[in-house]
Design a protein around this ligand. Structure first.
Ligand SMILES: Cc1cc2nc3c(=O)[nH]c(=O)nc-3n(C[C@H](O)[C@H](O)[C@H](O)COP(=O)(O)O)c2cc1C
Length: 383
């Protein structure tokens, strides 16, 4: 027995931290993962709005497959590698980046919060990360430029009316945007089942269901009711002029809007056209196969007017299947294999050689097609 009294023991462990008075900060401080943030969003937003953000297309099979594929990706841990001074910084489009992250475009952002794209652009600037403004944003190219001096990219949907596309690209250039990002996987829209079931429109229709949902999410409802009407800020003037929902405040489903306005005949010729009217870097969003990545390099780089734009990397992305229905698991293979092939063949190897290598080494490929590379082991390059 020692002479320690219980009060002393208690005093040595009890610490009262500063009480956070801002409820948002308090909740965020306790969010340990993206899943926690998702749960917060589900609690705060009406069901239709949450599902617009969270849902996938066509039975959500790609959403499930791709989430499972991400979960299967594992690191191969190495030990005793002096990790006391880790530097995640890198470069992107020839400029430094504190860590490899870019904020992707989201349309209709003000449906989640009245600040919408302005808040995201400000946060991106604080974190020194590029922010991509969507064509279908609810804050305009100019409004975002007015609040952020950070790196800004402009995502381009190809409207049937190319005059409108050209106009937006010029506005982005005048407002100091660094790059344009044509989205190429939305020429045809997959059906988003949750939106159909809920009859979700933009802006949200005020039916009985919405009113009830709004009543149980008072924080969102109060903010929504007090802010100015939501519109597609980059195209509103044009849509109002042409007629058609959602430019101003007439409700329309995104699917109806997109099929009315976006051009399903989008082709590599349009990419070359954009290349010819835009002098800066161009990032193609939505490529999901090595074959298309090779074509992208051909169509974008070869017609580039500035030699420095011929240096590039093509990123294959893997998403949650938000807009496109079931696809082959090819994206997974390409994402996994193209970087390995690049490491194997070295930084100077031309992309079509990397693509051929990735194709030949993907699971199930005929070994006879592996050619001279057969038997090579993909190994780590020395530090
Ligand atoms: C609410 C929401 C709106 C989006 N709006 C756009 C858009 O306007 N343009 C676009 O190119 N991509 C848009 N995306 C796709 C994202 O930019 C990004 O590619 C995608 O969210 C990444 O994959 P994941 O969310 O499926 O993981 C949107 C995504 C979400 C969640």
């Amino acid at each position: 027995m020692t002479g320690t009294r219980p009060w002393d023991t208690l005093r040595s462990v009890v610490r009262f931290g500063r009480i956070e008075t801002d409820p948002v900060e308090r909740r965020l401080a306790r969010a340990a993962s993206v899943e926690d943030l998702r749960r917060l969003a589900r609690r705060r937003l009406p069901g239709g709005v949450f599902d617009y953000i969270d849902g996938g297309a066509e039975d959500e099979r790609t959403l499930a497959n791709n989430s499972a594929a991400f979960a299967r990706i594992q690191f191969r841990p190495r030990v005793l590698r002096e990790v006391g001074d880790v530097d995640p910084s890198t470069t992107l489009l020839g400029r430094p980046l504190p860590y490899p992250l870019v904020l992707a475009p989201t349309g209709y952002t003000r449906v989640a919060d009245p600040q919408g794209e302005l808040a995201v652009a400000r946060s991106a600037e604080r974190a020194q990360l590029p922010y991509t403004l969507s064509t279908m944003a609810t804050r305009s190219i100019e409004d975002v430029a007015a609040v952020s001096n950070g790196r800004k990219w402009f995502q381009v949907y190809t409207f049937r009316d190319r005059g409108l596309v050209k106009d937006m690209i010029s506005r982005a250039a005048e407002s100091g945007y660094e790059a344009i990002m044509p989205t190429v996987d939305l020429a045809v829209l997959g059906q988003r089942d949750r939106d159909v079931r809920r009859g979700f429109t933009m802006p949200p229709k005020l039916g009985l269901g919405t009113l009830l949902d709004g009543a149980i999410h008072p924080g969102w409802t109060w903010a929504f009711a007090r802010s100015e009407p939501i519109k597609f800020a980059n195209v509103a003037h044009h849509v109002a002029h042409q007629g058609g929902g959602s430019g101003g405040s007439a409700p329309a489903s995104m699917a109806a809007y997109a099929s009315m306005k976006f051009d399903p005949n989008l082709s590599w010729r349009d990419i070359e056209w954009m290349r010819s009217i835009w002098d800066g870097p161009m990032i193609i969003k939505g490529i999901q196969s090595v074959e298309d990545a090779v074509l992208a390099v051909h169509h974008v780089a070869d017609v580039s007017r500035r030699a420095d734009h011929r240096e590039h990397d093509v990123a294959l992305r893997r998403d949650r299947g938000r807009r496109i229905g079931p696809r082959r698991a090819g994206g997974e293979q390409a994402v996994g294999l193209a970087p390995r092939s690049r490491r194997h063949l070295g930084p100077e190897a031309p992309l079509d050689q990397v693509a051929a290598h990735a194709r030949a080494h993907q699971p199930g490929a005929d070994p006879a097609h592996r050619g001279p590379l057969r038997g090579h082991r993909l190994h780590e390059r020395p530090r």
